[in-house]
Ligand binder design. Structure first.
Ligand code: GAP
Length: 510
């Protein structure tokens, strides 16, 4: 389904609404509706269970959003959490300089892909894409342009040379996507942290920040957690919570927001062992995505060219969103940067005592960090589709279906009396609903013909529909319909709760 329709579908069925819509919304902020909150909670539950419950050496934390302002000085966010910003003088539109250059490279890559697709069609099974890319003159020239733009940009970002970055935009003759104008301001660094005032303290004294990542709440609590849980290295601390970034350009629906939610885990290890654990978490996190049914071809690793100020290795797990491969999750080897920086600025030791060697040291950290909202978008994006299916009368019809994994589907089952004006059917259905709702979230629906009710449930991803008909009154059985296979089976009323709960249990994929 195209991206525009996906966004309208999310609104129409109560997954996601624009924030404060009656006031025309607030840019890049969204509210999760009744079904959205269920799907989001199920994603969080899958993450929490697999990270915390299934690892004896990972424990949870829920730190405050507000933290002492020195936190952000130590972490480097006050000085270095910047994006390069540029304005177009004619359209007055603001952009991220690096995204303009990446957009330039993506346009050239799209041209390459056009040639590749054409050649693949022409040569059929014999087509070798790598060989074609390596030997086709036009592609080689275009690839050179991409490499030059990206490598030069990375060098300037590394050197924090904003002047050179601006010059590169001019050299590549990049035009404003809105107006086509090439009249640019100089590039400036823009700090992404939101600030506010604490209590009645005015001015710089009372300035505090909304956390731009949940990780720092974990670092400053490292010793509190280690001592209270008596964990030994290696061990991890996991947290789910809101983060805030004043993104220069926030767009693509819930992909890039100014208020979003992160699921982060900091894994503390002995110095020197970080690369072993970095590889472990890289694989483990990829497997987590695949276990939910995400096909391997929709996921890929992307090593960072520009390492953040705290990292000595970093990789993104990218997902094929409707607008191309983009970062879904990051795995970062953060060295001892954060703990050391907090130790230095606070004057409080953040060290681990290793009884085996009778020594104190600052552990190294490998973090896994995934945006809950991006995970949400990835799941809706890859499972929402239109397909042709056989009707009850044997004809074909089109349905909109969200083939979410049953473990994260917001509603697990719909309870449907065949007819709403038959009191016995309605009573039996309400009994089934009452029993089932103690186990899973289900919906009771008696309005419209049964086929239309199935379609409504397909559109919100409900994996099972339970129909109560006249046979039910005779033999205490119901029909259970599978959303994906459309298969219908009769099962005993007494088994409904167990069958649905078992099929939708997140433990099946842990
Ligand atoms: N603690 C490390 C950290 O915050 P990051 O790569 O900046 O690393 C981690 O962010 C994840 O948070 C990203 O992979 C992405 O899924 C999510 N994320 C970051 N910025 C976001 C935004 N503006 N809107 C939605 N999700 C975002």
């Amino acid at each position: 389904m195209d991206f525009k329709n996906l966004i309208s579908h999310c609104k129409e069925y109560g997954f996601i609404f624009p924030s404060s819509e009656i006031y025309d919304g607030l840019s890049a902020t969204y509210d999760y509706g009744p079904l959205g909150v269920e799907l989001k909670n199920n994603i969080k539950q899958y993450w929490w269970k697999s990270m915390v419950q299934m690892h004896a050496n990972i424990v949870g934390l829920d730190a405050a959003i507000f933290m002492h302002p020195k936190t952000w000085k130590a972490s480097g966010h006050v000085d270095a959490f910047n994006d390069p910003m540029i304005d177009n003088k004619d359209s007055k539109k603001r952009y991220r300089a690096d995204q303009l250059i990446e957009g330039y490279a993506e346009k050239i890559e799209a041209k390459i892909m056009k040639d590749v697709t054409k050649a693949a069609k022409k040569f059929g099974d014999d087509f070798d894409e790598k060989q074609f890319r390596d030997t086709n003159g036009r592609i080689i020239e275009r690839q050179k342009k991409i490499d030059y733009a990206i490598n030069t940009m990375n060098q300037h970002l590394k050197d924090e040379n904003m002047e050179a970055l601006g010059a590169l935009i001019n050299e590549l003759e990049i035009a404003c996507p809105e107006s086509g104008s090439r009249e640019w301001t100089e590039v400036r660094q823009f700090n992404l942290m939101f600030s506010t005032q604490l209590g009645a303290i005015a001015g710089e004294e009372g300035k505090i920040y909304l956390r731009p990542e949940t990780a720092q709440g974990i670092f400053v609590n490292f010793l509190n957690v280690q001592k209270s849980t008596r964990q030994k290295l290696p061990f991890g601390i996991a947290q789910i919570g809101k983060a805030f970034r004043n993104e220069i350009v926030a767009r693509q629906f819930i992909f890039r927001m100014r208020e979003f939610e992160q699921m982060e885990m900091q894994f503390f290890v002995k110095p020197g062992e970080e690369m072993k654990w970095y590889d472990y978490w890289k694989q483990t996190r990829l497997d987590w995505h695949k276990a939910l049914g995400t096909p391997a071809e929709n996921l890929r690793y992307h090593d960072h060219d520009n390492l953040a100020h705290y990292a000595n290795a970093a990789v993104d797990i990218e997902f094929k969103f409707p607008f191309g491969f983009r970062e879904l999750e990051g795995i970062h080897s953060r060295t001892d940067f954060d703990l050391k920086a907090h130790q230095d600025l606070s004057g409080k030791k953040l060290q681990y005592f290793d009884p085996a060697i009778n020594e104190n040291f600052v552990p190294y950290v490998v973090e896994t960090s995934i945006g809950c909202d991006r995970m949400f978008l990835s799941q809706v994006g890859q499972t929402l589709q239109e397909e042709t299916v056989p009707d009850a009368d044997g004809k074909e019809s089109t349905r909109t279906v969200m083939k979410l994994h049953p473990a994260i589907a917001p509603v697990k089952a719909a309870v449907l009396p065949l007819l709403k004006n038959k009191e016995e059917l309605v009573k039996a259905s309400k009994d089934v609903f009452k029993k089932l709702s103690a186990h899973v979230l289900c919906q009771y629906d008696e309005k419209d013909a049964i086929g239309r009710r199935y379609r409504r449930q397909d559109a919100i991803g409900t994996p099972y529909s339970i129909t109560i008909d006249f046979d039910t009154l005779e033999d205490n059985t119901v029909t259970i319909r599978d959303r994906d296979t459309l298969e219908q089976k009769r099962i005993k009323i007494d088994d409904v709760a167990k069958v649905v709960s078992d099929k939708c249990n997140v433990n099946n994929i842990l």
